[in-house]
Write a protein that binds this ligand. Sequence first.
Ligand SMILES: Nc1ncnc2c1ncn2[C@@H]1O[C@H](COP(=O)(O)OP(=O)(O)OP(=O)(O)O)[C@@H](O)[C@H]1O
Ligand SMILES: [Mg+2]
Length: 391
Amino acid sequence: MLDIEQKYGIIGKSDAVKEVLSSIEQVAGSDISILISGESGTGKELVAQAIHRLSTRKNRPYIVVNCGAIPSGTIESELFGHRKGSFTGAVEDRKGFFEAADQGTIFLDEIGELPPETQVKLLRVLESGDIIRVGESLPKKVNVRILAATNRDLKQSVMEGQFRKDLYYRLKTISIHVPALRDRREDIPMLAEYFMMEYADRNNLHYKPIAPASLKILENMNWQGNIRELKNFIQSVYVLENTHIIQPETLKEYMRKHSGYLEGIKYDTRFPVPMDRDVEKMERELVLRQLFLLRQDVDEIKNMLRANYRLLEKGQVSLSEIPDRLEKYEKTPVPSGEVFPAHDKTISDMEKELIEQTLEKYHGSKRKTARALKISERTLYRKLKEYDIQI
Ligand SMILES: Nc1ncnc2c1ncn2[C@@H]1O[C@H](COP(=O)(O)OP(=O)(O)OP(=O)(O)O)[C@@H](O)[C@H]1O
Ligand SMILES: [Mg+2]
């Protein structure tokens, strides 16, 4: 299990994550289709990748199809292929994603977005392994393992008549639910430290440890956009932080600037000691508070070691670099001034920035981002690829 965590980057120590990891382990070896559910940004795509890479199909194609990003008019031909002349623009015979994934795995992301006509055809593939290219009448056999994901409540979609009941029951036989981050808060410090380390490393910057009080704040936030939001948040506060350690004030400053965050905090983490108690009680409370802070420090050190260990496992740092890295966190002050050099921006830079900011605003939701920018989801996908924007 530890192995899956390290190889596929699914980080977390909560029972919920352990359960997801053990389900991955259990189902990976079979050819059964699997439905992965969970809110946006919880890690469904990571789960799908891990299943494929742990399966016997790992050296065969792994095709990801985002059902929400393909216009309903062309989705059938994209999935199943078409015959030359079957519609305007079909200038030659074309294979669809299913044929491209033959012997491998297809990951149908946002399956809840499939139009009803295509849902019927997918059900046929699930039941018989047959596909029919648009414009042809004879079925073709494909050997494809189907993984599907949804951030919608498919049961609700069935009740609303948007998703076929038979397909829903066929898909949900084996399902893996990835819980929301706010339902597994114990994973937050570990993930935050990991993203911090990854970001510093990727950009060749000094690692900035997260102060215990800051970790406490992070733990109590709502994280509507789940892990994706946490990852983006960490990167943003890194840039905002002027000292060598991520201070709670910096988090609060960031939250003030970005609406919607402050109401996410459940309680104040400054622990005021009430003054109306007797002296003995107050002293006890102060000692407890010190113990609590000490434990936070120990946790921070543990997380730092763990994150380094992970980078080591992934081969991103060598063993001999570790002592130096650990020492560096303690001693090296972050150079003052700007983290990134100033430069003249091009229109493309600005467009990229705008897309990134809008994605951040909508916690990584591509649908909402496209709508806000008044472009189609398809165009958004093209631009994400063009600017190499990772979300
Ligand atoms: N347990 C985890 N450990 C480390 N990183 C994670 C974990 N879960 C998710 N991530 C990271 O968070 C981001 C979002 O994850 P992912 O794309 O898998 O979410 P998703 O559930 O597919 O979201 P959506 O429904 O919006 O497509 C990715 O950058 C991913 O690498
Ligand atoms: Mg996804």
